[in-house]
Design a protein around this ligand. Structure first.
Ligand code: NDP
Ligand code: PYR
Ligand code: MG
Length: 590
């Protein structure tokens, strides 16, 4: 292997491991990413893959793109029809097939089949057509896929850890075939998008998020591990469903739950080391905040719903402020929904305002108001509020309805994080438009069915004046003959680049300043051209470049804070980020 790597890069294995492995960094010990398209690489497996097994291995399979030489050398003759076609042509054919499906779930299933069959083609298709395919492998369609996961189940993806494995979690982790894991996305399935408790069927979410780690952030697929922790479900419909794939019992809670999670967190570190990144995803808030608080000082963890969402929304608000010609500190914010996303965003906005104005964060919080299922969060409710709502319990009389809260508080920014669809009614949007020349309205709940309002509603009810973005995408809208393109305010803008930045710098802990850095990097990517169209985020079509910028900015901040362990610090972090990114082009096999 050493000579192969030397040929490829002119460096020894030790040089490479030193550069990319020890002390963090993206490992490329097989030289796959360094090889140019015309340089041959070895298709490493436990043994050299060949013949039929090579065709069945999604990491090496190229289908009809195997050359004559490769077919000869790897015992593929006769296993493929005679035609040799390029990856580009394969991509064209697949796109045509996908576009023929009229049912979105069928597109999702076709994409999952492709991922299982030919990994590089899957990622090439996704990267080249990200705006078209993001809604398929991610929200909204992944939501429906999770709801029907048992019925559409074909081959298992990811690792399932259930209560049955208590006491043996390390053993289960070791069953996973890849050893050099760098990022885990884990859920317990209790709050899947805005669809509630989907138990073990939440697996679609870590699988989808990790596809984006690779497609959008360039983290090697073999370094990604999706995990679902199955402690049961309280979803009666699923428990009664004969095709349900999870444990058929109500959720474990309290000590039983905490012990399983503790064993999991310990086993992950034992198996993969200190620098394994663990992303908590779609846990219910009664566990999410506690897990984050418990493990943020001992593990490299972050909660995407609380922290990733906060970074992307802060970036959107900063961009929108330019369009609104206002300072961040001059806004008044009102949230519908005071859970993970709502309070996470609120806290990061307050932190940014306090840093900019050099005022205490408590002062900055006073301009931010939240409404939960019981109404406006006010100080007279303090006795019964969950701990994460307490900082937002300002002095005010009780207000039950969102519309009344909008009229009383007169926010310039309205953010929906309730998980309940159609809650930004015509009256609510009209009230926002009555108080603001350009109201900023963010309907963040996913999937589309749970969006607080549609793009069309936001533009029509505000007479074309709203600046609007949503968690799941909406098609362009025409209002009074004028086209309106809305943005997608989704943590997918942040977590792939954020994770890459942590990994490539060997960062050992997540600090709030890293989230602020990621947010700033994203906001800086929005251009005048985007603003002119009313867009507060750059389009997803440029996401790999955006992710590299985010990764570099996050890594730079991590070095500054002394949290990065990959030394020496690369001089040009943007260039380093690009060089670390997985590219999905086929490689030639010797
Ligand atoms: N766009 C993005 O990137 C992201 C979007 N989201 C979306 O945000 C939504 C919420 O997620 P998350 O914060 O984690 O969920 P949580 O369960 O933590 O919070 C939901 C909040 O909404 C409140 N709520 C529920 N129903 C109503 C109602 N009818 N009126 C007013 N408030 C209500 C709840 O009130 P109470 O506390 O009283 O129960 C709670 O405060 C989901 O749909 C999710 O998909 C989440 C993360 C990222
Ligand atoms: C986007 C996301 O993370 C959510 O809706 O939960
Ligand atoms: Mg989520």
């Amino acid at each position: 292997m050493e000579s192969t790597l030397k040929e490829l890069s002119g460096e020894s294995v030790l040089d490479l491991v030193d550069k990319c492995g020890i002390g963090g960094g993206v490992r490329d010990i097989y030289g796959e990413d360094r090889a140019t398209e015309d340089q041959p690489i070895t298709p490493w497996a436990i043994s050299v893959a060949s013949g039929y097994s090579m065709l069945r291995d999604p990491r090496h399979n190229k289908g009809l793109a195997f050359s004559e030489k490769e077919r000869d050398a790897h015992y593929l003759k006769g296993l493929l029809p005679p035609a040799v076609i390029s990856q580009e042509l394969q991509e064209k054919r697949l796109l045509q097939i996908l576009r023929q499906y009229t049912v979105p779930l069928h597109k999702y299933m076709a994409m999952m089949d492709l991922q299982e069959r030919n990994e590089r083609l899957f990622y090439k298709l996704l990267i080249d057509n990200v705006e078209e395919l993001l809604p398929v492998v991610y929200t909204p369609v992944v939501g429906e896929a999770c709801q029907k996961y048992g019925s559409i189940f074909r081959r298992p993806q990811g690792l399932y850890i259930s209560l049955k494995e208590k006491g043996r979690i390390l053993e289960v982790l070791r069953n996973w075939p890849e050893k050099a894991i760098q990022v885990i996305v884990v859920t317990d399935g209790e709050r899947i998008l805005g669809l509630g408790d989907l138990g073990c069927q939440g697996m679609g979410i870590p699988v989808g998020k990790l596809s984006l780690y690779t497609g959008l952030g360039g983290v090697r697929p073999s370094a990604c591990l999706p995990i679902t922790i199955d402690v049961g479900t309280n979803n009666k419909k699923l428990l009664d469903d004969e095709f349900y794939i999870g444990l058929r019992q109500n959720r474990a809670t309290g000590q039983e739950y905490a012990e399983l999670l503790e064993e999991f967190m310990t086993a992950v570190k034992q198996n993969y080391g200190e620098k394994i990144l663990i992303q908590f995803e779609d846990f219910a808030n009664h566990n999410a905040f506690d897990l984050l608080a418990k493990y943020r000082t001992t593990h490299l963890v972050f909660n995407d719903d609380i922290q990733g969402t906060a970074a992307v929304v802060l970036a959107g608000v900063v961009s929108a402020s330019k369009l609104m010609e206002r300072d961040l500190a001059d806004h008044t914010f009102l949230f519908l929904g005071a859970g993970e996303a709502g309070t996470g965003i609120a806290e990061l906005i307050a932190l940014e305002i306090s840093k900019r104005a050099k005022t205490p964060v408590e002062e900055a919080r006073k301009k931010i108001w939240l409404v939960d299922s019981k109404g406006l969060i006010v100080s007279s409710r303090k006795e019964s509020l969950q701990h994460f709502k307490l900082p937002w319990a300002h002095e005010h009389e009780q207000v039950r309805e969102l519309l009344d809260a909008v009229k009383e508080i007169k926010p310039s920014v309205l953010i929906g994080t309730s998980g309940v669809g159609r809650t930004f009614t015509k009256e609510v949007v009209e009230a926002m438009a009555a108080n603001n020349e350009k109201p900023l309205i963010l309907a963040l709940s996913n999937p589309t069915s749970q969006s607080e309002c549609t793009a069309e509603e936001a533009y029509t009810w505000s007479e074309g004046r709203a600046i609007f973005a949503s968690g799941s995408p909406f098609p362009p809208v025409e209002y009074k003959g004028k086209p309106y393109v809305s943005g997608q305010s989704n943590n997918a803008y942040i977590f792939p680049g954020f994770g890459l930045g942590l990994i490539m710098s060997g960062t050992i802990r997540v600090h709030d300043d890293l989230l602020l850095a990621a947010s700033e990097a994203l906001a800086a990517q929005a251009t005048e051209e985007n603003y002119a169209k009313g867009l507060i985020y750059p389009p997803f079509s440029g996401i790999r470049k955006i992710s590299a910028q985010i990764a570099a900015t996050v890594a730079a901040k991590a070095y500054e804070l002394g949290l990065a362990t990959r030394l020496p610090r690369p001089k040009d972090l943007v260039e380093f980020a690009h060089s670390c990114m997985y590219t999905p082009m086929y490689r030639n096999y010797r």
